[in-house]
Ligand binder design. Structure first.
Ligand SMILES: *[C@@H]1O[C@H](CO)[C@@H](O)[C@H](O)[C@H]1NC(C)=O
Ligand SMILES: [Cu+2]
Length: 246
């Protein structure tokens, strides 16, 4: 009897401390920027200025048709999905950005994907809405020996995910949309858990390149996009990373 009660209470405890995560710090060159901290920032007065758009917490978005899948959803002043942040980072084209995730749960295997969108005007006021403005700049799924970007590789790199801003990218202001898609419940739809966030950056350099094809969020992922429905426990083969080519 006691053993059963103990087992049940442990199960309840395990379910209620179910951890997820978000990007808590961004390093560009030698500058460290604190990310938007959903459990601290709202309680400060004044609220700290961040380069990351507000997120409601450490939980996922599972409705791929929702605007929340863009920047993790935060409605403010009638702006839904991606209320602009006050400031932006500065980074050179061709340089690396290092994104520091909170400790990622071992159970949440999946890919890590990064998009960018060029702001047509002041990034601290711009909201992409449902426009097709996003292009993929980096992706990491499952290695041939079965290691997932999140969890295996992220944990091995002390929760730091790095990607390179395309070297020839035209200078200007961009929104970076970075995400983990956790697949532990993705054997059906809805099931895949998207953990996106959006980082504002000024890209410097003398490049002139811009991509020619773009996707929207919501829009880029649907229930039938390869890699959205995926049985991570049964599938031993390769994993098709959702979305367009890099
Ligand atoms: C990631 O950020 C946390 C919180 O600021 C910090 O304690 C930790 O040292 C950082 N990790 C690395 C590898 O820099
Ligand atoms: Cu979770």
């Amino acid at each position: 009897m006691f053993k059963l009660a103990l087992a049940v209470s442990l199960l309840i405890a395990a379910a209620s401390v179910h951890g997820h995560g978000y990007v808590q710090e961004i390093t560009a060159g030698s500058t460290k920027y604190t990310g938007y901290l959903p459990y601290q920032d709202p309680y400060y007065n004044p609220v700290p200025q961040r380069i990351v758009r507000k997120i409601p917490g450490n939980g996922p978005v599972t409705d791929l048709s929702s605007i929340d899948v863009q920047c993790n959803g935060y409605t403010e002043g009638g702006v839904s999905g991606s209320a602009p942040a006050a400031i932006y980072a500065t980074a050179a084209a061709g340089s690396q950005l290092a994104l520091n995730w909170t400790t990622w749960p071992d159970s949440h295997m999946g890919p890590m994907i990064t998009y960018m969108a060029r702001a047509p005007s002041d990034i601290t006021k711009w909201n992409p809405g449902t426009s097709a403005v996003w292009f993929k700049v980096a992706e990491s799924g499952k290695t041939s020996d079965g290691k997932w970007a999140a969890t295996d590789l992220l944990t091995a790199s002390k929760s730091i995910y790095a990607f390179t801003i395309p070297a020839k990218l035209k200078a200007g202001q961009y929104l970076i949309r970075h995400e983990i898609i956790a697949l532990h419940a993705a054997y059906t739809y809805p099931g895949a858990q998207v953990y996106p966030s959006c980082i504002q950056v000024q890209v410097t350099g003398s490049g002139t390149a811009l991509p020619t094809s773009f996707v929207s969020f919501p829009g880029a992922y649907t229930a039938t996009t390869p890699g959205i429905v995926y049985d991570a426990y049964q599938s031993t083969g390769s994993y098709p990373i959702p979305g367009p080519a890099v």
